[in-house]
Design a protein around this ligand. Structure first.
Ligand SMILES: [Zn+2]
Length: 461
């Protein structure tokens, strides 16, 4: 999941409860269908099987890479084999950045100790260092304000942003939002202060050896600095050394390149509506991932949630009145080009009732965040359909990046909420692999999407 500063819609509204009668009738009409969907998803669903194909058969699939092209083929073929009414590719030009293998970092030896290797990974979009790398003293800061108060850094230094995610917050996404500026804007702020390179503490609450990458930005008017994430364990160690020794020098070598854009595609498949085929409910995830791990939670889980939701409805013979469309967006992580291209379509000819996205990992679902007041008032009354699996939190807001361009055109965005305590253990790191996805938790997310999409297709908003 890219981040959420891109789009965070929060509308303060009070639920306009429908009359007890109509509320009861919608829930009553779909109660047994919801149970059937949940039991089929858990008992004989294919979510995990599909995710295993994507995660281990294709693996990680960074935007514009040959693996991303392979993922597009896999997704199209999978939807065709499952017999969806139509399956097609929507071409889109995407950026192309590649990480090269040459990557090393260590703390130079001092009188007191030998050289210490550091676990780092270049941030997405970073420039490389030159062949010989950068060797410089490190200066640690927790915020841009700290850095600005120092004025110009005396001697050219590596700026080390070490503000941890706040472990006292219940929502790890809230903790992430409070720290992600270090990664996205750190290189710009460090360059303004006269730094030569950037190290950013990995965005996770866990202390381990796995660095977490993610997108970072440059400004054309400010010198570009090479930037890398450092594992939390090494961040702690480096910070300790900086307190103990007068000066700590680090050597950092990164190799990366930005190439011209290439053509890729959103992969789309649908079950056509029997009564109102031109009214569409989007069920989505993003097909690209970072170039580490297998992109299993981020966002292989969302992709299989979408595909399997349609397959479940088909298996159960539940023909929707309106069209239910699975959209696997390309390029969420590097620039949202797939999402922007999708939203370019003529929304008058093809009325989009709502757009659902799963992009918070394949964990136990807890409910939905709805970013539109009218939609919220309606969907809130469907809450009992999700109660048996403890996924009945219907709240206001939406932060899913791919459906934000549609939301800006008036399509109600609906994000799947999951238990997010472990999400940042894996996010954008080599830990994001199939072994860290639980089969039953993943299947429950699929059930939620299938129920929500089906009720929307039958009832509209
Ligand atoms: Zn994602």
């Amino acid at each position: 999941m890219l981040i959420l500063s891109l789009f965070f819609l929060c509308i303060l509204i009070s639920p306009l409860h429908l009359s007890g009668q109509s509320k009861k009738s919608v829930v009553k009409s779909y109660d047994s269908i919801a149970t059937q969907i949940i039991r089929t998803a858990l008992g004989s669903g294919k979510s995990y099987e599909l995710l295993k194909e994507l995660a281990t058969g294709v693996g990680h699939r960074y935007t514009g890479s040959p693996a991303a092209a392979q993922a597009v083929k896999w997704a199209k073929l999978t939807m065709e084999k499952l017999g969806f009414d139509s399956v097609w590719l929507e071409p889109v030009m995407v950026p192309r950045w590649i990480r090269k293998p040459a990557q090393e970092a260590y703390i130079l030896e001092s009188k007191m100790r030998p050289r210490i290797p550091l676990s780092v990974i270049a941030l997405g979009g970073s420039i490389g260092t030159d062949e010989s790398g950068v060797t410089a003293a490190v200066i640690e800061v927790e915020s841009f304000q700290d850095l600005r108060q120092m004025g110009k850094i005396p001697q050219r230094k590596i700026v080390f942003f070490n503000r941890p995610m706040d472990p006292s917050l219940f929502s790890t996404f809230d903790a992430y939002r409070q720290t992600v500026d270090q990664r996205t804007m750190g290189a710009i702020e460090a360059a303004k202060a006269g730094g030569v390179a950037v190290l950013v503490r990995s965005l996770t609450t866990r202390i381990d050896d796995h660095p977490h990458t993610g997108v970072m930005n440059y400004l054309d008017t400010i010198p570009k600095l090479p930037a890398a994430a450092i594992s939390t364990k090494d961040a702690e160690m480096l910070s300790k050394l900086l307190r103990e020794e007068r000066e700590v020098k680090v050597h950092l070598k990164l190799s990366a390149e930005t190439l011209p854009p290439v053509e890729s595609a959103n992969v789309i498949g649908e079950l056509r509506g029997t009564e109102k085929p031109n009214e569409v409910i989007v069920v989505s995830g993003h097909l690209d991932s970072w170039d580490v791990g297998q992109g299993a939670h981020d966002d292989g889980a969302g992709c299989v949630h979408a595909i399997e939701a349609l397959r479940l409805l088909k298996e159960l013979g539940l023909r929707p009145r309106r069209t239910i469309r699975a959209v696997l967006f390309m390029d969420e992580e590097a620039g949202l080009s797939g999402a922007k291209a999708y939203a370019e379509r003529d929304l008058a000819a093809e009325k989009h009732i709502a757009a659902i996205e799963s992009d918070a990992g394949g964990f136990s679902p807890r409910g939905f965040a709805v970013g539109d007041s009218v939609a919220y008032n309606r969907i809130f009354t469907w809450m009992p359909l999700f109660r048996s699996i403890w996924a009945d939190r219907i709240i206001v807001g939406s932060s899913e990046a791919d459906i934000a361009p549609l939301a800006r055109k008036g399509v109600p965005p609906i994000g799947l909420i999951v238990d997010n305590q472990r999400y940042f253990d894996y996010h954008h790191s080599d830990n994001d692999v199939i072994e860290n996805v639980n089969e039953r938790e993943l299947a429950l997310g699929t059930a939620c999407l299938a129920i929500m999409a089906y009720v929307l297709a039958q009832e509209g908003l």
